[in-house]
Write a protein that binds this ligand. Structure first.
Ligand code: ZN
Length: 71
């Protein structure tokens, strides 16, 4: 006897998200990740946007974890 999946009652169907609706969010999070990568990987010394060691100290462990040169 073959069994078939019964449709779930009360469950709403999942509607797919179009690429056109998703694209601005992908660009936004891509830029956000690039800024984060900059602060973790290059915010130090001559390339520093924010003076002082504060940002460097906050991301220092991540910097070593990702293998960026540090000290
Ligand atoms: Zn270090």
């Amino acid at each position: 006897m073959a069994q078939t999946a019964a449709p779930a009652t009360g469950a709403s169907a999942i509607t797919p998200i179009s690429l056109k609706a998703l694209a601005p969010w992908a660009v936004f999070f891509g830029i956000l990740m690039l800024v984060l990568l900059y602060f973790v990987g290059a915010e130090q010394g001559a390339t520093a946007v924010i003076s002082g060691e504060g940002v460097h100290e906050w991301v220092h462990d991540g910097r070593h974890l990702l293998g960026f040169p540090c000290h």
